[in-house]
Design a protein around this ligand. Sequence first.
Ligand SMILES: [Mg+2]
Length: 263
Amino acid sequence: MAQLLLRGEQIGEPDQPIRAVLFDKDGTLSISEPMLHALAEARVFHCVRLLGEHHPEVAPGVMGELDDLLRRAYGLGDGGVHPAGTTAVASRQHNLISTATALAQVGLGWPEALALSEAVFESTDALHGTGSAHKPVATAGLHDLVERLATAGLLCAVISNDEVAGIEAFLDSQGIAQHFQAYWSAEHTPKKPDPAAVHALCHELGVGAEACALIGDANSDLRMARAAGLPVVLGYTAAWSQRPPLDPSFLQLHHWNELDLRP
Ligand SMILES: [Mg+2]
């Protein structure tokens, strides 16, 4: 157990040492933006292509309109994705519905819009997850941080909406799996951002919520942790080309070396 220091200042309750740190994965442990960017670009490309194939009568201006609607719906910009946009934070199903909505906005009926969106996602799913050519890399300084946490005797866990296979593949690829004692994944119930997911993970670690910290790159993670009663909740901002728009009421860090431990 240890006290956590952010840029030299102690955080959390002075008489309550921290025994475990719960990390979000995408955008916190890992830099996933290049993979998400490639995925969203591919979805736009296939959606416009399929509309053209199914409706050769559609004017080029409408294809351009669809391209624009999809980019805005996905939070897709030049060279990156919006860190709080649908591609970055929403589920596959929600992204599929936004795709169908864009198709409906250019004139398709809903059943056809949904069917076309299903086809778009089926042809691009392989770009996401463990089969992706864009392998997520660890955020700068992560290896050093998890070594320091382990040396200080703290437990580490992942709380993610990825599946267990994706969590394990990332930790294994970075050689840090031995430092993580538990995961809470999309296959667990309840899922984040339900605060009960935090309590269940704390229970699995054998540590009370009052002795846990959580670090994530999305307001949904941070608000979940606050609602779960965690004494230390930190926003991590360095994994995106565009800084995530985090609620300023949360402490934030931009590099893992800003975090220190005092026994
Ligand atoms: Mg995240």
